[in-house]
Write a protein of this length. Structure first.
Length: 288
């Protein structure tokens, strides 16, 4: 009788535990957001950077590569694909086959393009998820000389709070990372692209730092002023530049002049603690 009772309890526990919902994505079908790329040597980085994006794997074997704010119908690349649980085969429009080792664990997909290059994705959901916009972010990290000190996109803690209720000066105050350059002339584009410089707006001055720098000590302080949706950088200097300023729906600052400019993403409002972040090659959108 005692053994019978123990058996009944064991069967009950097995049934109860199996009914607890646990998220585990084992299929590749669905929508995935690119969130990180293994740090690459500067000589191997595309000068136009790489943006976050959505990859949608349909049930009928089609792969759609979608820009952050676009929908499936606007996909920039469409290909046939096959997936056997460990390897992804993509058939290009020219008929060539590309095999990539793939690992799926919980809500994370990793594509192993080589021993040193891996692309990491986060599962967003089904087809409807890929028709929703995601935040445009630069994800291409440059490798350091010391692999043990290498940081990734996943190590960066951005301030995602909504500050749209603040006045423009209070809203700007903080440390911002260059996330994108746009409408740039191909003839003037740097051969290795643009890095993710940091802009520190503190009181009525600003400082420009390189990623990896954590102090403004010894940095030149430049003045700036704000008036009528304009920002005057380097006020009272012979190199003053007046830029149009606005915010997009992601809370990014957009600074531009005659259509050409750059985008800043907020790292932190604490101007006294500059976070250590990896160097990245940011997205560069050229004039068409």
């Amino acid at each position: 009788m005692r053994n019978y009772i123990i058996l009944k309890i064991s069967l009950f526990l097995i049934g109860w535990l199996s009914s607890i919902p646990v998220f585990s994505q084992t299929k590749i079908e669905g929508c995935w957001e690119l969130i990180d790329i293994t740090a690459l040597n500067i000589m191997n980085t595309p000068p136009q950077g790489i943006s976050s994006r959505k990859d949608y794997y349909s049930e009928d074997g089609m792969l759609y590569v979608i820009a952050p704010e676009n929908k499936i119908d606007d996909a920039s690349i469409t290909s046939k694909y096959e997936f056997d649980g460990e390897n992804r085969k993509v058939v290009t429009k020219r008929g060539s086959e590309v095999f990539t080792k793939s690992t799926i664990k919980d809500d994370t997909l990793i594509l192993h393009f080589s021993e040193t290059e891996k692309w990491t994705y986060r599962y967003l959901g089904g087809e409807l998820s890929c028709n929703k916009p995601i935040e445009p972010k630069s994800v291409l990290v440059v490798a350091t000389n010391n692999p043990n000190e290498q940081k990734t996109n996943l190590d960066i803690n951005y301030d995602e709070s909504d500050y749209s209720n603040l006045g423009i000066r209070e809203r700007i105050s903080g440390i911002w990372e260059v996330n994108e350059h746009f409408e740039f002339s191909p003839r003037n584009a740097p051969p290795y692209g643009f890095s993710n410089k940091l802009y520190v707006f503190k009181n009525d001055k600003f400082y420009i730092l390189s990623a990896g720098e954590t102090s403004i000590d010894g940095k030149k302080a430049m003045e700036y002023s704000l008036k009528d949706n304009k920002m005057l950088l380097g006020e009272n200097s012979n190199k003053a530049v007046e830029l149009d300023i606005k915010f997009n729906k992601w809370g990014h600052i957009i600074l531009s002049k005659s259509g050409r400019g750059f985008v800043l993403k907020l790292l932190t409002k604490d101007v006294n603690r500059i976070p250590l972040i990896p160097t990245k090659i940011v997205v560069l959108r050229l004039v068409k």
